[in-house]
Design a protein around this ligand. Structure first.
Ligand code: B4P
Length: 193
């Protein structure tokens, strides 16, 4: 089983690159953002609770997303490996993920961290907001709050995986193809190592 985390600030290209990587490597895509948006669309109690945080650009409480990921892992026993997109976003989530994977006899092979300037992040998200229908993409204040949450709570998650020498930084600016090739090179070198 080959499991990877695609890591980076909001708008760094995680969702965009995930779509391509899962298809190339036959991985199961687990995006907590997508799972939460599907709960909101289904108007479930979990979705309604999550929405109040997401609309303000804040992180949803750890226990909610950890439970969602735990169920998703249990529901995909045949997967060849998982691509985690937008998870873990706090150290508590990272520790919970490590435990869940250990229970399944597997682990994270690599954390690919996309690096993009703040100016470019804001530009991309406002641009997506023109067509995505996502309320958290249209307001620059909410976008800034998301980036601030990343700096405050999520950036440190890389340190957790650096202890195990699993983090690789990849330039997240350039064409989508160029970035995909750089990510693929890193995966290929780890898979064959
Ligand atoms: P997510 O759904 O994870 O959203 P994101 O970080 O905004 O998106 P992503 O990084 O995937 O976007 P992409 O670059 O692909 O989270 C949304 C919210 O959900 C969070 O704020 C939080 O409230 C909640 N949440 C999710 N997971 C959570 C967790 N684990 N714990 C707590 N709360 C959680 O796309 C951005 C745009 O850039 C697109 O329009 C794309 O086309 C464009 N783009 C991509 N690559 C480009 C390139 N190379 N050049 C130009 N444009 C590019």
């Amino acid at each position: 089983m080959f499991n990877l985390i695609l890591f980076g600030p909001p708008g760094s290209g995680k969702g965009t690159q995930s779509e391509r990587l899962i298809s190339k490597y036959g991985l199961k895509h687990l995006s907590t953002g997508d799972l939460l948006r599907s709960e909101i669309a289904g108007q479930t109690p979990l979705g309604m609770a999550a929405r109040s945080y997401m609309d303000k650009g804040q992180l949803v409480p750890d226990e909610v997303v950890i439970e969602m990921i735990s169920s998703a892992l249990d529901n995909n026993p045949q997967a060849n490996g998982f691509l985690f997109d937008g998870f873990p976003r706090t150290n508590a989530q990272a520790e919970a993920l490590d435990k869940l994977l250990t229970q399944k006899g597997t682990e994270i092979a690599i954390v690919l961290a996309l690096q993009v300037s703040q100016k470019e992040l804001v530009k991309r998200l406002l641009n997506r907001g023109l067509t995505s229908g996502r309320s958290d993409d249209v307001d620059e204040e909410i976008i800034s709050a998301r980036i601030a949450e990343y700096e405050m709570k999520t950036a440190a998650v890389a340190d957790h995986y650096k202890k195990y020498d699993k983090v690789v930084y990849v330039k997240g600016e350039g064409t989508i193809d160029e970035i995909f090739d750089a990510l693929s090179d890193e995966i290929d070198s780890r898979k064959t190592a």
